[in-house]
Design a protein around this ligand. Structure first.
Ligand code: HEC
Length: 115
């Protein structure tokens, strides 16, 4: 019996895995859902998205700031005194963790933020 079909299948599986974005954790999924309702009016919240509000940086640019981690992002988001004036709200702690987990999924090696 030929092994060709098996090899073709394996190649397909590998190719598919390489092009899919990494699966989001449950927490990151909740962060994305929250962002869709609370942040997406101003920010581009998905990879390569343009912000509806030109003053608001796309999240690619925020997530790929040098030195940014889920922890530094949480610290920032927990204290609304840090927020730019346009962001006149607070985010509760559970949501902050979810948002930070989602936002760091936008980190990509070699991405050069424009901010
Ligand atoms: C009403 C519009 C608006 C909404 C809604 C909004 N933002 Fe922003 N956000 C802005 C603007 C404008 C800036 C950039 C301000 C500046 O550069 O001075 C910004 C900047 C940021 C920054 C970077 C801040 C910095 O100083 O580096 C983060 C992080 C951020 N927003 C997170 C969020 C999150 C999380 C949400 C949803 C919970 C959200 N934003 C919703 C307008 C908005």
């Amino acid at each position: 019996m030929s092994r060709l079909p098996l090899i073709a299948l394996a190649a397909l599986v590998i190719a598919t895995a390489a092009t899919q974005p990494p699966a989001l954790s449950k927490r990151a999924q909740r962060g994305l859902a929250f962002a869709q309702t609370h942040c997406a009016a101003c920010h581009g919240i998905a990879a390569n998205a343009t912000s509806p509000n030109p003053e608001a940086p796309p999240w690619d640019d925020i997530a790929n700031q040098p030195g940014l981690t889920a922890i530094t992002l949480r610290t920032f988001l927990r204290d609304s005194h840090n927020y730019p004036e346009a962001m006149n709200f607070t985010v509760d702690r559970a949501r902050v963790r979810e948002l930070a987990d989602y936002m760091v999924t936008l980190q990509r090696p070699g991405y050069k933020p424009s901010i």
